[in-house]
Design a binder for this molecule. Structure first.
Ligand code: ATP
Ligand code: HSE
Length: 318
């Protein structure tokens, strides 16, 4: 591989499902993972933040794994390089941290390889790696992405960003997606499936037309939230009461435990969410977010850009 100029990949986090759009609808949010890549004599990784340090396994991590796999698709191996990872996407909270890491690894490796893969190909790879298309679609393309995956091929349509805020209650305790998927049933009755899919159809139309009454109803999910509610204190109260406090509606964000309400005026909803989680005795950070317009981006950088990160983790595997 040719010597390369240092670069940065910026990838947004995301909220997936939006209630009834289970494993299909994702929306980018204004929280980002930044991956800086520069030439080096040996492979090393620097991360910022305790959360990220804790997920390094023997100096290895998901981003590196994906970069290696992507290089192998081109029959190349990863050159020695230095990676710096910084992220304000909370880990294992339902805001798409794993999808952002996967997309960052794919986009970075593709850049190093001279961009042999187009975005559609990267999307297919990302979906395969994540196991569902909603978060990775939003992280890669930005905006609201509606997709479908049959286990072999994924289809995605990017739609315009809605004008609302997201009020997110992010509990202090993580919930792994794998755990939150274990509680889902293997089958649903035909009646339930028809109701669930009609809600998702309504949700899609409402997002496109900004019909907020249809949006409220469309958010009401039959596919996952009823089964995950016992794992997420505060969820049912927010789902049932947020509208009375000015929200357009509410949903579990991704696999949780973050609960998100959508609002044109976020302040009354923020106060309501703060109260709910306090009364439930669940420490949670309440954040007001905006949908993210931009998907993953590469920017060439210089040495100066790389001086801000701390915490060198040595011994990354080659
Ligand atoms: N910046 C990162 N670098 C390396 N690995 C990461 C990074 N962010 C997340 N991961 C990996 O993703 C895992 C979290 O994935 P998980 O699907 O459980 O949570 P999430 O993606 O935050 O939530 P959700 O999928 O519900 O939005 C972490 O344990 C770690 O292995
Ligand atoms: N659609 C996924 C998103 C979380 O990664 C789920 O709800 O399990």
């Amino acid at each position: 591989m040719d010597p390369f100029q240092p670069f940065e990949v910026k990838v947004p986090g995301s909220t997936a499902n939006l209630g009834s759009g289970f494993d299909s609808i994702g929306m980018a949010v204004d929280r980002n993972l930044r991956l800086r890549v520069s030439p080096s004599e040996r492979l090393s990784v620097t991360v910022r933040g305790e959360d990220l340090k804790n997920i390094m396994k023997d100096g290895d991590n998901l981003i590196l794994e994906v970069m290696r796999e992507t290089c192998l698709l081109s029959m190349k191996s990863l050159p020695p390089l230095h990676l710096e990872v910084e992220s304000d996407i909370p880990l294992m909270r339902g805001l798409g941290s794993s999808a952002a890491a996967i997309v960052a690894g794919l986009v970075a490796a593709n850049h190093l390889l001279g961009r042999p893969f187009d975005r559609q190909t990267l999307f297919q790879q990302a979906v395969r790696r994540e196991g569902h298309p909603d978060n990775v679609g939003a992280s890669l393309f930005g905006g609201v992405v509606i997709s479908s995956w049959d286990g072999e091929k994924a289809y995605a349509v990017r739609t315009p960003v809605p004008p609302f805020y997201l009020v997110a209650a992010i509990p202090g305790v993580p919930l792994a997606t794998a755990r939150a998927r274990e509680v889902l049933p293997d089958t649903l009755s035909h009646r339930e499936a028809v109701l669930g899919s009609s809600r998702a159809n309504l949700l899609t139309a409402a997002l496109l037309t900004r019909d907020w009454e249809a949006f409220r109803v469309g958010l009401m999910d039959r596919f996952h939230q009823p089964f995950r509610a016992p794992l997420v204190p505060g969820l049912n109260r927010v789902l049932n009461e947020a509208v009375e406090h000015g929200a357009l509606g509410a949903a579990l964000s991704g696999a949780g435990p973050t609960v998100v309400a959508f609002a044109l005026d976020p302040e009354p909803v923020r106060q309501f969410m703060e109260r709910v989680f306090e009364e439930e005795g669940v420490p949670a950070e309440i954040m007001v977010l905006r949908p993210g317009e931009e998907g993953a981006r590469v920017r060439l950088t210089d040495k100066h850009d790389r001086s801000t990160l701390i915490g060198n983790l040595k011994g990354a595997r080659r």
